[in-house]
Design a protein around this ligand. Structure first.
Ligand code: F6P
Length: 531
């Protein structure tokens, strides 16, 4: 199957996207669902390639794998766990069983506990020593940071609660810069860690506790914890009624729908948080029921497989024309690269094709003035995933939103059309002639035929954000199933963590490390000499 895909990709190298763009293609190479439109007409993916990709899905038993996920089967085989972040947004409450037990009563109970706490923080009944909570600091990293940090920024127009801040890096600069302007007497610190062992989070949490303890008599009372490890949260001194737990079937990078989303819930309120969940739930229903060709996550995944495993484009740029989605590329980096950055299949065999792609990006239009040069004229082809809303929130600045949309569409058009040598010469004709005209024109040629997709949405509301994030989650799932990998473990992060633990006493000079390689030893001794 993969060979057929690669052969098809090779055969389509000569295709010009612009030539493929007949009216029906615009209809047939797009999907509408949940009020979103995903258009992949500006790619070289044609009907034949799509058939091959659909065959890959079929061979991978996608519908059965999808049902296994939604129904709580232990599809995270290397850790023997179910994968049920979708249960966290299953507002219908329909039973979802893990090992014969319906998890929904507990999920909904936790949601209402979170809501009660968030409401109390917002209305001032859960106050700090100095009165109403003005600032919330979420301390967490990876999946315990990126989701809520991204969403809090994305939904800024809906904020009507305390200010939210995020500390993730073990670099003391991060925690110091965030805490410095805050008043410990009116600050709530949320320690977000599934395991409650992550070194960065535990170090920052201890720093924040010491900072608070300088003025607050009972600092534990101004802490909350989001974790699966209740014994550890108690040991840290956080009262039990401020600990919001979740099960091991919620992966870190899929966890913002439950307790890890508490900071978001405090910022926008329980009702808007439910709208966020409802958006994701709608995308779940769509993913579970739509036929592959009409299934947005499936088609987004197949376009990804076409570009990476088929055409060999190793990276993809995610380009939201929405400043408030500035953290979305970082969020998707973890979601996609921690999930599908695997070199072996579930059965331990080496993958016959590249693993998931490098994901990167920045909001437009900023990126246009930075790295788009390479996307337009560099030697590598970088598939671009644009996204833009029909409307912004700034009613009085609608003209700016129109300009934003125009830029987004123009970039996709420019990537596809390019500019020929003849056109470039024509533009320069009056200025140069002869060999100089040819030389100057060559610099102004755009090869074009560069693929891009477009995700359109009405407006970035909580519901729409939920839909977009769930769309990408399921896209990652589909790509993982087609590759035959486990998208839900992350063994690749372990080795570095172990070595860092062993190196810390070497850096501080408490231990020597003769067993280290010459390069590491030299780096350590230089740093020690300069500390
Ligand atoms: O870096 C690996 C990782 O386990 C991520 O998958 C996870 O999101 C992050 O660390 C944080 O883990 P925890 O929530 O347990 O602190």
């Amino acid at each position: 199957m993969w060979d057929a895909l690669k052969a098809r990709a090779e055969a389509s190298e000569g295709l010009r996207i612009a030539d493929l763009l007949y009216a029906d293609r615009v209809r047939d190479f797009a999907v509408e669902a949940c009020g979103l439109r995903f258009d992949y007409s500006k790619t070289t993916l044609d009907a034949e390639a799509r058939e091959i990709l659909l065959g890959i899905c079929e061979a991978a038993d996608l519908p059965a794998r999808r049902d296994a996920m939604f129904t709580g089967k232990p599809i995270n085989e290397t850790e023997g766990r179910a994968v049920l972040h979708t249960a966290l947004r299953n507002l219908s409450g329909d039973p979802v069983e893990v090992g014969g037990v319906d998890v929904m009563p507990e999920v909904l109970e936790t949601l209402s506990l979170m809501e009660a706490f968030a409401t109390a923080v917002r209305d001032g009944s859960a106050a700090g020593q100095g009165g109403r909570i003005t600032d919330v600091v979420n301390i967490g990293i990876g999946g315990s940071d990126l989701g809520p940090a991204m969403a809090v920024q994305a939904l800024a127009p809906y904020h009507d609660g305390p200010r939210c801040h995020f500390v993730s890096n073990v670099d003391a600069a991060h925690v110091a810069d965030i805490l410095r302007p805050l008043d410990p007497e009116t600050t709530l610190v949320i320690v977000a860690s599934k395991t409650f062992t992550t070194i960065e989070t535990m170090t920052n949490a201890a720093t924040a506790k010491a900072w608070m303890a300088e003025v607050v008599h009972a600092p534990g009372e101004q802490f909350a914890a989001l974790s699966t490890a209740k014994a550890k949260t108690a040991e840290f001194g956080i009262p039990e009624d401020r600990v919001f737990g979740f099960a091991d079937w919620v992966g870190g990078r899929y966890s913002m729908w439950g307790p890890i989303g508490l900071s978001l819930m405090i910022a926008i309120g329980p009702e808007a948080f439910r709208a966020f969940l409802r958006g994701a739930e709608a995308m779940d229903r769509h993913f579970r029921s739509a036929e592959p060709l009409e299934n947005m996550p499936v088609m987004l995944a197949l376009v990804g497989l076409w570009h990476n495993q088929g055409c060999g484009h190793a990276t993809r740029a995610v380009l939201p024309y929405e400043q408030r989605l500035a953290r979305l590329p970082a969020y998707l980096q973890q979601l996609e690269m921690e999930s599908n950055g695997k070199r072996v299949a579930m059965d331990g065999t080496t993958l016959p094709v590249p693993s998931g792609p490098v994901v990167w990006g920045e909001p437009g239009t900023n990126g246009q003035h930075a790295f788009y040069q390479l996307i337009h004229q560099g030697t590598r082809v970088i598939p671009c995933e644009f996204m833009v809303g029909a409307e912004g929130h700034e009613e009085d600045l609608r003209h700016q939103h129109a300009l934003l949309i125009a830029n987004c569409l123009a970039q996709a058009e420019a990537l596809m059309r390019g500019r020929s040598f003849e056109e470039a010469k024509g533009l320069l004709g009056a200025k140069f002639d002869g060999a100089e005209l040819e030389r100057q024109a060559r610099h102004r040629v755009f090869p074009g035929n560069r693929p891009s997709t477009m995700l359109l949405y009405p407006k970035l509301t909580p519901e729409v954000l939920g839909q977009i994030v769930a769309l990408y989650e399921h896209r990652v799932f589909v790509e993982g199933v087609c590759l035959g990998i486990n998208s839900f473990d992350q063994w690749g992060v372990e080795l570095g963590k172990e070595l860092a633990k062993a190196l810390e006493p070497v850096v501080t000079g408490e231990e020597d490390a003769e067993d280290k390689d010459a390069s590491t030893l030299t780096l350590v001794s230089w740093l020690r000499a300069h500390r």
